[in-house]
Design a protein around this ligand. Sequence first.
Ligand code: TEU
Ligand code: CA
Length: 544
Amino acid sequence: AADTKWWQAATGYQIYPRSFCDSNGDGIGDIPGITSKLDHLHDLGVGFIWLSPVYASPMADNGYDIADYRAIAPEFGTLQDFDHMLAEARARGIGIVMDLVVNHSSDEHTWFKAAKTSKSAPTHDYYIWRDPAPDGGPPSDHRACFGGSAWHFVPEIGQYYLGYFSAAQPGLNWQNPKLRREIYDMMNWWLDRGIAGFRMDVISLIGKDVDAGIFEEGPYLHGFLQEMHRETLAGRDVVTVGESWSVSRDTALLYCGRERAELDMVFQFKHIMEGWDPVHGKWKPRPFDLVAFKRVLNDWQETLADDGWNSLFLSNHDLPRQVSRYGDDGTFRVQSAKMLATVVHLMKGTPFVYQGEEIGMTNVHFERIEQFRDIETLGHYADALAEGVAPADFIAGANTNGRDNARTPMHWSAESHAGFTSGTPWIETNPNHTDINVAADRADPDGIFDYYRRLIALRKTKPLIVHGRYTPHAETHPSVFAFTRELDGKRLAVLANFTRETIDFDVPEEMACFGTCVLSNYALRERLSGRMTLKPFEVLVVSD
Ligand code: TEU
Ligand code: CA
């Protein structure tokens, strides 16, 4: 279609800078390290990088706590390093999408340092303050995402401030128009530098009504997003993706409907939370349920079929490694990594690859709490122990679903620390880097990287993959994920076995497709019809 946006036909790649590549041996990944690896991303064929935060920060939450929105963290480099990376990426046709973390700042931001000294400080009202409850305790019993109360007392002021994630992340008061102006000016400053857009951290929290106890998708949200669009994004050819843990089928189009002038896409998490325990959440994962998982993803395809746009992903820096969670990180690691990628990339929407996914990196297995680094894991460990949970049980949950799984150093080679650093990494390297690494995988013509490369190239030449209508098949089948795409009378069929077993599957008549085998992780087959025998984690893509 002539009105295709660049970001609809592109593939995104998320970099978690701290863990990607360390250029100077201090054990912390950095911007020059990223620049040195741009050819890897260019070979993969990605169109843009979503860069997790690189701003100045005390790193309580690895940069999701920003102390200066217009400076680069010294351990990551300088603004000059940033501009150089931007230019080198652009020279390879790759845009840089910045992480915008404006629901909260760091408690070390100068705004907050002044705000907590006096009620008359000019930036005091940039934050959310409330009087103590009559007993002197917090204004409400709301818990912080990373453990403890969401309210934090400041004796000098005699009030509590809201830190919805942690005390180190005081919530910004979006009700204050001066604060909003500061944010829009800052966004324009980065956009004018030539970035390709923003991924907006927990954006559905900014419209909150604290006194009504409404945090997610509050009454002011869409007014603020429309104002932000007018003041910063309008007229620029950039991409925006809002992160929202609460967005549902009912609210999705309020964010990304094309006439709304708010965002281009949202990251939704219903398919992720589907696998969490209703009471204990992520720390007690439920066994993977393919039928429920398909239902969520198929529903999103339907919701955004004609308006809005889907983001497609299974992994990011907050989630376990996808091959460990949805595939098999042992015997069938390579096959299942390719199968998962195929299903995700061939749905309708913009796919995102998380660093290391393109070589099938797996969860790490830590034994002791001292090996973990994540503020969320450590905060919940303290809460869990206080509730009487056994440390080993908590660690088992963290090994399955904890955020550090995604944050161990990127595996570049079989060398010490996976070629990530010549020093000591800030978090331990997964010992399986001796087998799973970029050098080994790329040297293998049947490797995962080359498969991703072909998959990503495909959407650049086939408008059908970008725009084709999505139709699910065999929706209640417990073992296969099946769908077709269709555009201008041309069809593409995708059939995937999500199990470790060899299975027989009767292709429904309306799904049958003959012609060319576009892709498969086993032998190529030109026919997708009748009774098919599928090997473990086999995926087959056939077009007519
Ligand atoms: O994540 C939002 C968020 O709600 C997560 O903390 C999520 O609940 C958790 O990972 C799942 O258990 C964003 C960022 O992606 C995350 O890295 C930050 O820690 C968080 O916001 C605060 O900025
Ligand atoms: Ca470094």
